[in-house]
Design a binder for this molecule. Structure first.
Ligand SMILES: *Cc1c(COP(=O)(O)O)cnc(C)c1O
Length: 310
């Protein structure tokens, strides 16, 4: 009915920095699942859309930052499947000159063109977004809605992410994925087999993630987080990271986003170079998408006179 079950393609990676390492690296191209409902957001929205329709809700309300992949995906999903969408966006200063913001922000421009209605809130109000009072106020203002949490993570999202891996993927021993709120990696962990280990690479700082993930995952699974590759925090980048993303694309043809998958692949390649994995290991990295974020990041890099993502 909504986002149908799909298998994405897997590509073996030939990259000069890890040639002759004895380790094989593959990428699962979840970024190619849908042109606008990208990567893990496709998986995370699927059962939420089904639930919203079961509850006979006509409006989806959700939350995000001004460059959020989730906001784009939620707007596109609502547009495609006939839900009205409301985006609660962090940053009340954005409301002052929306015309100008839309010119410079491809994420919000896309969401607006797909009929998402914005409600901009201050950073302090945004932090209250899970409180009952805040949500009751939103219901008063906008009427009834189906609430999709920030980043889309809840038990329905985790269920959708359990469909990322399938039976053909048992040939890989190590599964690697980027981590934001932890929903995606939870689904991946739940669908791994006994001989497989999952490693999550958080794209932001903070010790809360392990606790979040434990809420969703089965207890008999083998997983860990590697917190060495957040590059200073959420959406923070360095010249090294941008250089890596460009080099990776020129050699493999695979584009990476600067917020999540660029950091993931940088981390995996760095670990392989440092002999972290045994020879013969077959690593499957999940490309969770997020490529819409490149354009917005390039506006920022250009303003700072830094090299852009090509
Ligand atoms: C949202 C997002 C993530 C993080 O997913 P979580 O389920 O929040 O951990 C990872 N990669 C990309 C490309 C994303 O857009």
């Amino acid at each position: 009915m909504f986002l149908e079950a799909k298998k994405s393609n897997i590509q073996q990676i030939y990259f000069s920095e890890i040639a002759n390492s004895g380790v094989s690296l593959y990428i699962k191209r979840e970024d190619q699942l849908h042109p606008f409902i990208s990567g893990n957001k496709y998986r995370k929205l699927k059962y939420n859309l089904i639930e919203a329709s079961k509850q006979q809700q006509k409006t989806l309300l959700t939350f995000g930052g001004a460059f959020s992949n989730h906001i784009t995906a939620a707007a596109a999903a609502g547009f495609q499947f006939g839900f009205k969408t409301i985006g609660i966006i962090r940053g009340d200063e954005l409301a002052n000159d929306l015309e100008k913001v839309l010119q410079q922000n491809p994420t919000l421009k896309f969401a607006s063109e797909h009929n998402m209605q914005f409600h901009f809130v201050s950073r302090s109000a945004y932090r209250e977004k899970t409180s009952e009072v805040f949500i009751a106020n939103l219901k008063q203002q906008f009427g009834d809605f189906y609430l999709v949490p920030e980043g889309g993570t809840n038990t329905f999202a985790v269920k959708g992410c359990e469909e990322i891996l399938n039976d053909e993927d048992i040939i890989y021993n190590v599964i690697c994925s980027s981590v934001g709120t932890g929903g995606t990696i939870s689904g991946i962990i739940n669908s791994t087999k006994k001989h497989q280990k999952t490693i999550g690479f958080p794209a932001l700082k903070g010790d809360f993630l392990k606790h979040e993930i434990k809420k969703y995952v089965l207890t008999d699974k083998n997983w860990s987080l590697n917190t060495d590759y957040h590059f200073g925090g959420y959406a923070k980048v360095s010249e090294d990271l941008i250089h890596f993303i460009n080099k990776f694309k020129s050699e493999t043809g695979i584009p990476l986003d600067p917020v999540y998958t660029g950091k993931l692949l940088f981390g995996i390649v760095d670990l392989i170079k440092n002999d972290y994995f045994d020879a013969g290991t077959n690593i499957l990295a999940i490309h969770t998408g997020g490529l819409q974020g490149i354009e917005g990041m390039n506006v920022y890099l250009k303003n700072k006179n830094l090299a852009e993502i090509v």
